[in-house]
Every structure is written in C-alpha cells, then in structure tokens.
Design a protein around this ligand. Structure first.
Ligand code: AMP
Length: 593
C-alpha cells in the first residue's frame, strides 16, 4: 500500500527549522564553510573533538550550563555542567598520560551508560589517544576479538564486568597494559587499577593535546559477511560533520533538551549520543537503564525532551506495548523525532503522529559514514517508508550491480541507475569529514569499498522522481537485529567451537519488533542427537560466549548445510528456504541440505 505524504506547516512550528529551503542550502553548502562554525584548537593547533564538545563551552558562556543529565534506575537524575565535564575529562587525560598512554594509543571501554563512560571517551580524545567503546552486553568472545584487533592499551570497565567477561582473557591480550576499574572502592582486583583514586590524584588543568584534522580519534567495529569484525577508523575532523548534521538533520537549537537512546557501544550512541549534542552546547539526556515503555514515556515528559533520536525497534516496542494510550502521556516540549538504524515501517511513522503529535523522521547512515547521510528534514514533507534525501554536502547515487553483486563499470566509471524507482547499490561521493579513513590494518578490504570514485555502502536502494531514497535491503548477508549489525561469520565461528557442532550457517529471519533475529542452522558431528536438550545447550553456550546481543535466538538442526562447490555456506539459500522464497540459481550448490 502507498502511504500519504505527511506535509508540514512550518509557520506553526515553535522554532524556525535550520533547513528551510533544501535546494538553496544544498547549492550554497561547502564543508569549508561548515567548518567555520567550530572553534579549532587555540593557537591554530588543529582541531579536537573534545575541545569542540567540551572545553570551548566550558571557557565561555555555557560553562555552568547542563551538558549531561543521567537518569538513574529510580528515575532520579544527576547532572554534569560543561565546566565539570571539562574538569573531569582533563583529569582522565592526565590519568592516561600518567600511565604512559599517549597519542594514537587505543583506549577501550566495556561500560553501561554511566558518567565514567562519557568522561573516558572525551578525556581520551583530549589526550590525543583513540577511543573504542564496546557494548556491555557483548560476551567475552566479541570483547577479546575487538581488543586484539584494535591493540587496546587500556580498558575502562566495572569490577563485575571485568570478572565476568575480561579477567579470563588477559593472557591472550598482551597489548592490554592497564585495566581501570571505576568501582574498585579502594580494593582493586589483581591486575587492575583504581580509576576513582587516580582521578582524584590527577590534575584537572591539562590542556587539550594538539590534534590534526586527520588524526585518528575513534575506532568503531562493524561486521561484514565474512571474516573478522572491521575496525572503522574515524578522525578528529569528523566533528565538522557531526555539527552540520546535528544542525540540519536533527534541527538542534540552543535551548534544546535532546535524548539519543542509542548506546555508545554502537556508532549512533557516540556520534549522536555524545559528540553532536555537546558540540552544539545543548543538554543531553542519558538513560542508564534498558528500554521500558512506561519509563521512556516518563523521561520524554518529565525531562521535557524537545529532540528525540531513537530507533525503529524501540518505537515498535512502544507501539506494541500500547502503554502510550494507557498513561495518556503529554509531550509539550517534544518538537522533533528522528530514527535510524533499520527500516522504519510507514505504520510507525504514522503512529508517531498519533502518539506524540509528531511524525517520525527516518534517516540513514552507517558506521563507515560516521554521520547522517540521508534524512527526512523538519521542514520538509515526509514520505512514510522513505529514508529522505541526502544532506547538504553529501552526494548520493545508485550504482548498477552485475549478477555477482559487483558494481558495473564502464571505462573506469561506475554505471549509475538513474531511472526513477530502479534499484541500485547506494553509493556516496567521498569527501565529507566524518567518512571512515580505513579499516584498521585491512587496506584491501577498505579499497574494495570503492568503485569509480564512489564509496559503495553495501545497501540496495531506489530513488523516486523527487529524489527521496527508499531502502530496499542489504546487499550482503549481514544481519540487523534490534538495530545492531551482526556478522554471521562471527556467530558461525563461535558455534563451531561447541563440541557437537560440525558446521553452522547463520541468517537473519524477520521479526515484527526486532526487525530480524539471528537464526542458526547447525550440522552436528557424528554421534550427537539433534534433541531439545542439545539445542538449548548450544544456544546457552553461544549466549555465554557471544553475549545476548549477538547470540542466535533460534536454532535448527540440519542434516547437511547447502554449500557452494568451494565449500562456502549458502546463507541466501538457507534464507530462501526459511522464508519459502524461490531458491534462485542453485547450479553451484554442492549439498542440497
Ligand atoms: P551500522 O553500521 O551498525 O550503523 O549499520 C548500518 C546499516 O544499518 C546500514 O548499512 C543499513 O543496512 C542499516 N540502516 C541504517 N539506517 C537505516 C534506515 N534508515 N533504513 C534502513 N536501514 C538502515
């Protein structure tokens, strides 16, 4: 079914949107001009994300303004001003310096959304070191893999998370010199340091280290179809895009109270849960708890959230709970809702209008792009189901693909799909500041992302005659569950470590709330019976090692997995069978499982 366009009456808006005339702003936009909104380091010493996000506000009129407001389990909150954040982050930078952790060294975290995480991210950047936040629901295996690939020098975590997930890995992590526990309470675990004590002893006055625009700042791991997770490298200059996209795609204004529900373990929670709102000098809400419909409605109301950036899975959970109607919440401050990470059903866009008096504005981006690339803007009509139009400064196109899913090239140029509504691979012209600068240590994998001067996103999309982009699907086998990207290979490899498992194939199957859930197909070793006890044992093994965010929720036994003659598991065939879809060309299939 096609959904009616949602038009906007800008005159009725409480504030004038930052982007009123799309064509005019695009035509006049340059990244050089966008850069002038930022301060740069004093004395022309370069640009530093942390300086733009914290110190320039702390040194000016916003010093005593509320930067971060943390909502605790019982609903009470603690606040941190820009001045306090500047002091705490300087102390953290000084702790790192004291430990011999310097320029370019990687600092990791495994933490929930607590103040120490935010201080660690920004303090690390102040020290010219590189931060890599890991999701606290990861199990030991994803943590080990990422610490190893990123050569983590220091890790910030809690005692409980350390005991449960990290202590047993220490022997396999020779680069990891220091583990800083935030809650040692004067009694550190063996092999760890007491961060609270070190913070007290550290100087709060350190100057932000000089960093050049191209210096590495953040490392975010993402998943591909094959091989290990990829560490996408982001640089300090990305802050220019964070500022500009916050202005245009999220319509941030100085008096806003902003809530991004994403965890900093995923790129949205760092780019838009930390950097963007702070660079704009506004107040950011951080909920320390997991998603709960009534709690979320309460936060939106009581904290007077004006701009809310969330995800389709969360919106679907709210919609399903029906609790909005039950508590009749009122959102007088709320003026803009945006969503990212997975396809946003038109029904949810419309429900937003009913439940919040605001439609939901879908936008699109990915770990590699570092910031929002395509969006539905505040002042512009929404076409429910569409991701919107490219940001000012972003050139998008659709590249034709051949039967092997490779870009079609003609005389060194990528062939573009220009017919309205024809499908191609979504591609972006490199040049925006938050674009990743490489996959850590994997030059070839990085190079393969480009063709004929375009960055290929791996997503399939179409564009209508008015330039709105519509998501069609992933061009690969990567799974999106509750907004989290999961590499099937990482799950398959772990499953094969279970003594009963000979082979595993992992796919995403549709789920009405999570978008997709991870499903494993397992071929057993001889002598094992495919019974319910074993099924539960394998799922339990995966949950313990991979964590709940990554482990399969469903598992079927199969006598033989479909493979190509070269032995590659045909996940697409598994999926087609699971969904009862046509199996396509199976001429290269070795085992008809
Ligand atoms: P990540 O790198 O984990 O942020 O995941 C990025 C991927 O999420 C994209 O390549 C898309 O496949 C998917 N994605 C992000 N935003 C959207 C959206 N608005 N609609 C559909 N898929 C999306």
């Amino acid at each position: 079914m096609s959904w009616p366009t949602i038009s906007k009456n800008v005159d009725a808006f409480p504030v004038q949107p930052n982007l009123l005339d799309y064509a005019a702003v695009r035509a006049g936009f340059t990244w050089a001009e966008a850069r002038t909104a930022l301060s740069g380091l004093p004395g022309g010493r370069g640009i530093n994300i942390s300086y733009e996000a914290v110190d320039r506000h702390a040194a000016g009129a916003r010093a005593s303004a509320e930067a971060l407001r943390f909502i605790q389990a019982n609903g009470s909150s603690t606040s941190m001003t820009y001045a306090a954040l500047a002091e705490q982050t300087s102390r953290f930078a000084s702790v790192l310096r004291g430990l011999g952790i310097g320029r370019g060294d990687r600092v990791f975290s495994v933490l929930g959304r607590i103040p120490e995480l935010y201080i660690a991210v920004l303090g690390t950047l102040k020290n010219a070191s590189v931060f890599c936040p890991l999701f606290s629901a990861f199990g030991p295996e994803p943590i080990r893999m990422r610490l190893q690939l990123g050569s983590g020098r220091a890790l910030v975590t809690t005692r409980a998370l350390y005991r449960k997930k990290v202590s047993q890995l220490r022997a396999s992590l020779p680069d990891l010199r220091h583990v800083l526990l935030i809650d040692s309470d004067g009694d550190p675990e063996p092999g760890t340091l007491d961060l609270a004590r070190l913070m007290l002893e550290a100087t709060p006055y350190g100057e932000t280290a000089a960093t050049a625009p191209e210096d590495m700042a953040l490392l975010h791991f993402t998943s591909g179809t094959t091989g290990k997770p990829k560490g996408a490298v982001h640089v300090h200059d990305a802050v220019v895009a964070h500022y500009a996209t916050g202005r245009y795609a999220l319509d941030l204004h100085p008096a806003d109270i902003y809530w991004c529900t994403a965890d900093p373990g995923w790129v949205t929670g760092t780019s838009y849960g930390i950097i963007t709102p702070l660079v704009h000098g506004i107040t950011t809400i951080v909920d320390q708890e997991e998603m709960d419909p009534l709690r979320w409605y309460r936060i939106l109301t009581e904290e007077q959230v004006s701009i809310w950036y969330t995800a389709p899975t969360a919106l679907r959970m709210l919609m399903k709970s029906g609790s909005g109607e039950a508590v009749r919440p009122d959102f007088p401050a709320l003026r803009f809702i945006a969503s990212v990470g997975e396809p946003l059903n038109p029904e949810v866009v419309m429900w937003g209008q009913k439940a919040f008096g605001q439609p939901v504005h879908d936008n699109w981006w990915q770990t590699e792009t570092g910031g929002i690339m395509i969006a539905n803007f505040a002042a512009m009509p929404i076409r429910p189901g569409s991701m919107g139009r490219p940001l000012p400064g972003v050139d998008a196109a659709l590249v034709a693909r051949d039967e092997n899913d490779k870009p079609v090239m003609h005389e060194g140029t990528a062939v573009l799909v220009n017919d309205p509504d024809a499908v191609g691979e979504l591609a972006l012209r490199p040049g925006w500041p938050s674009m990743f600068r490489g996959y850590l240590g994997e030059e070839e994998r990085y190079r393969r992302c480009f063709a004929g001067g375009w960055y290929l996103t791996g997503d399939l999309a179409r564009r209508d005659s008015d330039g709105y982009y519509w998501f069609v699907g992933r061009g690969d086998d990567v799974i999106k569950s509750s907004g989290h990207l999961i590499g099937p290979f990482e799950v398959e490899s772990l499953l094969m470590e279970h003594e009963a498992v000979a082979q595993a194939g992992v796919i995403g199957v549709p789920d009405p709330v999570a978008g997709e859930v991870v499903k494993a197909f397992v071929e057993l070793r001889p002598g094992w019976d495919p019974d319910e006890a074993l099924r539960r044992d394998i799922i339990g093994f995966a949950r313990k090692r991979l964590g709940t965010a990554v482990a399969p929720r469903l598992l079927d036994f199969t006598a033989a997995l479909p493979r190509t003659r070269s032995g590659k598991i045909l996940r697409r065939l598994l999926k087609a069978r699971e969904l009862g879809l046509p199996e396509g060309d199976t001429s290269t299939v070795e085992v008809q499982g």
